[in-house]
Design a binder for this molecule. Structure first.
Ligand code: NAG
Ligand code: NAG
Ligand code: NAG
Ligand code: NAG
Ligand code: NAG
Ligand code: NAG
Ligand code: NAG
Ligand code: NAG
Ligand code: NAG
Length: 441
């Protein structure tokens, strides 16, 4: 690695032509001359070359081809590698044209960004994300208000940890404001919510689960938005949410990031997970047009909430930057018992949604984690209950991370179709019930 700087300090050439391939030559006058940034290259450099005319290292003929009658042409890497860039060119007041921008790409031609939905798909996706931001804002405040300082301290969370949660609530205000601005006057307003926790540990567990589907719900649709400009702003919010998810895992004493890739799910999967916590929303909130699947319940979901303050490796679950989970929460081959609801149940705020499915009879359990959707057979089916086994499988083959690890998604399906991150929505018509969040690690 070698860093070299192409400095502009025109001394003798007052007016010259800067030419780059495929572009019209641009006249640069002395007054418009400006400093170039530093360039870093990882190219290997050829050994010292003979010193040429004017102290510029490199063959004279090559120097001449770069600088001829004050005309600079784009310097190719092979040409550059033959010069000494410790300042010899700059000393001569010579400036080299930057490389041309590689062809392709979108939205780089000077068109004005448009940070608003360009389709119903965009509006509904971003409005779902906004509903998610609103509940997070309420949830973080609610937890801080619900529990006393003593209760937080007993869970190992001190004043600085509580301020971190407070700051995360403020981030949510920022995210909700951003998404409201993207959506315009029809954007959803904040609702009232219900929460399934009674202790600080359960609060933290719920936060790491809610932010898990908030984050994955956005990854699932980001690439499919018509408005690339809105997608960029949303991404810059959701990477913050990803950090929140990891921090809540740390506050729960879990291994902070037990996967190699964060997974994406569809809007309908995210909405199914979010819907039960919305109690009442303003009448003017736009209806959420995604599908609500019947609920799936994991009867023996691994529980990360017990607090063990033992300093035994693998057992200690006190808040920490990281803990070895040598005694994992779950393992391949683990029996998992499931029950699920039939479609037609009234759910969510103001009892204004109904669960539906287009799938046939239940046959498989789909496990969505990392880059993969893995299917296991659904066994011992009896009405709306059944069991399956936690699958094996490593994300990129032998000796890579186990696919099933962390807070991930399972659902009951009627088929085991092959889907990958970009076409995971093809799974929606096959969902009998779910998703549910499986706490595998
Ligand atoms: C590069 O050029 C400068 C200035 O001419 C000289 O001092 C230096 O020794 C040269 N370095 C190499 C590696 O040739
Ligand atoms: C930029 O590219 C887009 C898409 O090809 C095109 O519609 C638009 O007119 C271009 N804008 C400018 C300023 O060239
Ligand atoms: C864990 O135990 C240590 C040593 O007794 C104590 O200082 C610490 O406060 C305990 N932490 C929690 C979260 O209970
Ligand atoms: C999950 O990840 C943690 C941390 O990397 C690791 O200790 C654990 O063994 C993994 N779980 C399984 C089932 O491999
Ligand atoms: C939900 O119910 C509340 C309380 O009755 C009411 O104020 C609100 O307008 C209702 N929202 C919808 C979407 O019907
Ligand atoms: C961790 O330690 C606690 C307290 O000693 C014990 O009750 C619990 O069973 C242990 N957990 C595991 C997974 O070993
Ligand atoms: C943590 O887990 C890793 C991987 O299994 C192991 O190499 C390391 O020795 C463990 N460290 C402690 C302190 O348990
Ligand atoms: C998981 O997905 C990756 C990326 O598509 C793929 O290369 C890998 O083979 C999959 N792993 C399994 C066990 O199917
Ligand atoms: C999804 O994409 C994969 C390629 O990544 C393809 O093999 C598979 O057939 C597609 N699934 C469906 C249901 O179209």
């Amino acid at each position: 690695m070698k860093t070299f700087t192409l400095l502009a300090s025109l001394i003798s050439i007052v007016d010259f032509v800067l030419a780059a391939p495929a572009e019209r030559p641009v006249h640069i006058s002395y007054s418009s001359f400006y400093s170039r940034p530093s360039y870093t290259t990882s190219r290997s450099h050829s050994p010292a070359t003979p010193t040429g005319k004017n102290g510029v290292n490199g063959p004279v003929s090559l120097a001449a081809s770069l600088v001829s009658d004050g005309v600079l042409s784009y310097a190719t890497p092979s040409a550059l590698s033959r010069f000494n860039y410790t300042g010899a060119l700059a000393d001569k007041g010579i400036r080299i044209a930057p490389p041309p921008t590689p062809s392709g790409g979108l939205g780089t031609n000077g068109s004005i960004p448009y940070y608003h939905p360009l389709s119903d798909f965009d509006f509904q996706s971003i409005n779902l994300a906004l509903n998610q931001e609103w509940i997070e804002l309420d949830l973080f405040h609610h937890g801080l208000a619900k529990f006393s300082v003593e209760e937080f301290e007993e869970a190992g969370l001190n004043a600085e940890d509580r301020y971190l949660i407070q700051f995360m609530a403020e981030q949510e205000l920022g995210h909700a404001t951003l998404l409201t601005n993207i959506l315009g006057p029809r954007a959803a307003k904040q609702c009232t919510y219900r929460y399934p926790f009674e202790t600080v540990r359960e609060f933290v567990d719920f936060c790491q689960k809610l932010t898990r589907f908030g984050e994955s719900g956005v990854y699932g649709f980001l690439e499919h938005l018509n408005s690339r400009d809105s997608a960029q702003l949303l991404l810059q919010s959701i990477t913050t949410e990803a950090r929140q998810q990891m921090i809540f895992r740390q506050l729960e004493g879990l291994f902070p990031m037990p996967v190699w890739f964060e997974t994406g799910i569809t809007q309908s999967m995210a909405w199914t997970l979010l819907a039960p916590y919305l109690v009442s929303c303003p009448a003017e909130n736009p209806r959420i047009e995604w599908q609500n699947f019947p609920a799936l319940n994991i009867e023996n979901n691994p529980d990360a909430t017990p607090l063990y303050n033992t300093s035994i490796p693998g057992n200690d679950t006190a808040p920490a930057i990281t803990h070895n989970r040598t005694i994992p929460l779950s393992y391949p081959g683990r029996e998992v018992y499931l029950t699920w609801e039939l479609p037609g149940k009234i759910v969510s705020y103001n009892n204004s949604y109904i669960t539906t499915t287009t799938a046939g009879p239940p046959k498989y359990v789909a496990w969505i984690s990392q880059l993969n959707t893995t299917f296991t057979p659904l066994l011992d089916i009896d009405g709306q209950s059944g069991m399956t086994y936690q699958p094996f499988g490593r994300v990129l083959g032998d000796d890579t991370a186990p696919i099933v690890n962390g807070t991930m998604f399972i659902m009951i399906t009627d088929d085991n179709i092959h889907v990958t991150p970009s076409n995971i929505s093809q799974l929606n018509p096959h969902i009998v019930a779910g998703p549910a969040l499986y706490q595998s690690g």
